[in-house]
Design a protein around this ligand. Structure first.
Ligand code: NAP
Length: 321
């Protein structure tokens, strides 16, 4: 099968298409023919080994996992003897779990128990490939902050993959959402349900006198110290990036009445099933910026690394095109 591989850490160009052996499903696994996948910021971080600490999980000298890609949608090609929930021909979507990857390829084997589910009715493969990562990461942050009905929350970086998921999920949980993004994405985040929007190129929300229960820094580009004055007493700041926030989380757990939380992602089938329900109920939609064929993975990656994508960048694979 064709797959995008990389054998050393480095710039987007270390990735290349190669013919590799097609995986064979074990007893409890399904073999999925992938029609669409995505390039995420996590793929980029792992490929470039940024920050350096990721090497402790992905291989000190060179990447242990040659094939990146953590989200997919496709069709079940074969099942192991013990598989009961999926059958050949089923349309599926999901996520490969933390640090497993392998979706930038024509086929992937996944355990039946993996974060994999039947594709939501009426959704294309491209859309279904582009929903899991942002949702799982946004969910973990919203749950950590215990977002509830009536809370005032501010989402900084509301137009990225995690941000667009965060806006939709926070609205689903009943929060009052202020979304912060750049000028070109104001209409988009409004259409996702944000109650109010702030253009960060024109207004610094930290100076507008408003107070929030929860500030979700979905692009990890703000800071607790700058946001602190915009949090109500007891308020919570959750960033998605910045290793220093781990120490701030420990510090604020002991001192002060405004907390930093820095949750660790967990990818579960339960969350993918929850997402499928939301999509089928019309309460969640995919946000796709650009689509590239798998062959153009280097171009797609360069675009993702501009940090200016809106929502998600999809790679179409084989028949998915
Ligand atoms: N904690 C974890 O486990 C985990 C996992 C994956 C990713 N991450 C991190 O989470 C962050 C977000 O990932 P993502 O995929 O959602 O990001 P993304 O899709 O690449 O974010 C792109 C968006 O960021 C916005 N942006 C760029 N510069 C900005 C600025 N200075 N202020 C506000 N917004 C700005 C842009 O919005 P406008 O065009 O509207 O300006 C763009 O739409 C990344 O830092 C990534 O490394 C963390």
């Amino acid at each position: 099968m064709r797959a995008v591989v990389h054998d050393r850490y480095g710039p987007p160009e270390v990735q290349r298409l190669e013919d590799v052996e097609r995986p064979v499903p074990k007893e409890d696994e399904v073999l999925v023919r992938i029609h669409a996948t995505t390039v995420t910021r996590t793929d980029c971080g792992l490929r470039s080994a940024t920050p350096f600490i990721t090497r402790f999980f992905t291989g000190l000298a060179r990447p242990k996992q040659r094939i990146l890609g953590s989200e997919l949608a496709g069709e079940v090609e074969a099942v192991g003897a013990a598989v009961t929930k999926f059958a050949v021909g089923d349309h599926v979507f999901g996520s490969t779990s933390a640090f497993r990857f392998g979706a930038h390829a024509e086929f992937i084997c996944m355990p039946e128990s993996a974060p994999l589910a039947h594709k939501p009715a009426g959704m294309s493969f491209e859309e279904a490939a582009a929903v899991c990562d942002g949702v799982v990461l946004a969910l973990m942050c919203l749950r950590a902050a215990d977002v509830r009905q009536g809370q005032r929350i501010l989402i900084y970086g509301a137009s990225g993959s995690i941000g667009t998921a965060g806006v939709q999920l926070a609205k689903y949980f009943g929060a009052d959402v202020t979304a912060v993004c750049g000028t070109k994405n104001l209409e988009l985040v409004r259409s996702l349900g944000a109650d109010s929007v702030i253009d960060y190129t024109r207004q610094d929300f930290t100076g507008n006198g408003e107070k929030y229960d929860f500030i979700f820094d979905a692009v990890g580009m703000h800071s607790f110290w700058r946001c602190r004055g915009s949090l109500k007493p007891g308020g919570i700041y959750v960033p998605t990036d910045g290793i220093g926030n781990l120490f701030l989380a420990m510090w604020t757990s002991k001192i002060g009445d405004r907390k930093v939380l820095f949750p660790i992602p967990r990818y579960t089938k339960k969350d993918v099933l929850f997402l499928k329900e939301l999509i089928e109920a019309g309460k969640y939609r995919a946000v796709i910026d650009r689509r590239y064929p798998l062959e153009d993975v280097v171009e797609a990656t360069k675009y993702v690394e501009t940090r200016q994508k809106t929502g998600n960048v999809v790679l179409t694979v084989g028949a998915g095109r």
